[in-house]
Design a protein around this ligand. Structure first.
Ligand SMILES: [Zn+2]
Length: 202
């Protein structure tokens, strides 16, 4: 068995079909550049404001992510213990290119943080497609964190690990010039830069 069985299982399941039905782990997926995603988000941020967009992305992704976490753990037969689950999500999300996750969690106190290196959202912000070529570094630094969508997935994962619903708030973002994105466990129901809302989970 390889050192990274979950990574390999996920990555090797990628299936390119000539009729356009790309899928990975049997799930219909598609590939786009991170720069394109960042472009779409730029527009939303500009039109509707970062607080509204971050909140909407977080809340909608949070609901989807809760189902995804349960489905993935079952699909990959991940043992029901924290170390195995952490390892699984690190390898799986690396395999599908979302970034490299490191969990720094205190299971007794149900606190801690999650570090993400190479977040696709932050890296998408840092590069753009231009007529001159692919993935041209913009050298731009964001004034705001860019990865609330990813935070929602981390929140669903950590909630599953802890057996208690928690949220993850991005405290620093690679898009702002930091080496990696840092998300902190929050026991606030949902709070993002002062904007409060309900996750609608109950
Ligand atoms: Zn970030």
């Amino acid at each position: 068995m390889s050192e990274t069985p979950y990574f390999d299982e996920a990555a090797k399941s990628a299936n390119f079909e000539r009729d356009g039905q790309f899928n990975i782990i049997g799930v219909r997926a598609f590939i786009t550049s991170c720069a394109s995603i960042a472009d779409w988000m730029d527009d939303l941020y500009m039109l509707l404001g970062e607080r509204f967009i971050d909140a909407r992305l977080y809340l909608s992704a949070r609901r989807a992510a809760k189902r995804t976490v349960a489905a993935l753990l079952a699909e990959f037969h991940v043992p029901n213990e924290p170390a195995a689950k952490e390892r699984f999500f690190t390898e799986f999300y690396a395999a599908i290119g979302w970034g490299h996750i490191t969990y720094q969690l205190d299971y007794a106190k149900k606190t801690g943080q999650v570090i993400v290196k190479n977040s696709f959202l932050a890296q998408g912000f840092a590069t753009k497609f231009t007529v001159e070529g692919r993935n041209v570094a913009t050298g731009q630094k964001s004034d705001i964190t860019r990865c609330s969508l990813l935070g929602a997935y981390l929140a669903a994962q950590v909630s599953n690990f802890f057996g208690e619903e928690v949220e993850m708030v991005e405290k620093q973002c690679a898009a702002m010039g930091h080496p990696e994105c840092v998300f902190e466990v929050s026991h606030e129901r949902f709070s993002l830069r002062g904007l409060r809302a309900t996750t609608g989970e109950e």
